[in-house]
Design a protein around this ligand. Structure first.
Ligand SMILES: [Fe+2]
Length: 261
């Protein structure tokens, strides 16, 4: 399991809720969660297409048609073409579209652990993966979200702009790298630009009703449990160790985080 202390490290939980929660954004650099969703995860996910609930393609036609949503297209609610896997791949590879994978908290234990832990402090949440194969030519206008957002950067770099009032005055600008975490309070205006291939996991929640610092409620998540389906004793410790090593993909020489500790 993962604790909120590990998620916020080196910021203490008290410091976070007193000084950042609902007030200002927070950047935690080089945290332990670089490997929670990689391009490798994306690869096996998209090769399941069309059996991928809720897949979305942002800015589908470049003409302002907005998002292509698999579920809405299939149910007929959205009048856009049904795409074959090869069409989806073309949109990714040749047109460089950004894909959104909703409910990614069901994709692996690491993400599930993070969502479950934060649900003690917030309402029932969700993890969405934002993945792009290259820099986006078009950048989205400044906006605010109606949720508390934890943005885990897991591949590549993104450029962020934060605003102090409704997208007019810039309060901060920075580039985030794989392994960085950005917290954006509910209602704070922000803009994100993709400057190369990237994967970003947005873990977001509404606040518990009437949650205040004075009367702070911490309650166990009511999310369905993540089960271990591997029969007991089936894998020996060597195999588990090797799998962990495989999870620590990329160029980082030593594991940044040992999940079993
Ligand atoms: Fe946003």
């Amino acid at each position: 399991m993962v604790s909120i202390e590990q998620i916020l490290d080196p910021i203490s939980v008290k410091d976070f809720f007193q000084n950042y929660w609902q007030k200002k954004h927070l950047i935690i650099r080089r945290n332990k969660f670089k490997n929670i969703y990689s391009f490798r995860h994306l690869n096996s996910y998209l090769n399941r297409y069309p059996y991928v609930r809720g897949l979305q393609i942002i800015d589908y036609t470049d003409k302002g048609d907005g998002r292509w949503c698999l579920d809405k297209v299939m149910s007929g609610k959205l009048k856009l073409p049904k795409l074959k896997r090869s069409d989806v791949f073309k949109l990714w590879k040749e047109e460089g579209k950004t894909f959104v994978i909703p409910f990614a908290e069901n994709e692996n234990k690491y993400l599930n652990d993070i969502v479950q832990e934060l649900e003690k402090y917030f309402e029932y949440g969700q993890a969405n993966v934002y993945a792009s194969p290259k820099a986006m030519s078009k950048s989205f206008p400044p906006h605010a979200d109606s949720t508390e957002n934890f943005l885990f950067h897991t591949e590549g770099k993104t450029k962020w702009t934060m605003y102090s009032d409704k997208g007019k005055t810039i309060s901060d600008q920075f580039t985030l790298d794989a392994g960085d975490l950005l917290y954006i309070p509910i209602g704070v205006y922000h803009k994100v630009e993709t400057i190369g291939p990237r994967v970003l996991v947005s873990v977001h929640f509404k606040n518990k009703p009437k949650q205040t610092l004075e009367k702070f409620v911490i309650k166990k998540s009511n999310r369905e449990q993540w089960y271990d389906w591997v029969p007991p004793g089936f894998y020996d410790k060597k195999v588990i160790k090797r799998n962990h090593r495989l999870m620590q993909s990329g160029t980082w020489k030593k594991p940044y985080f040992n999940w079993n500790k």
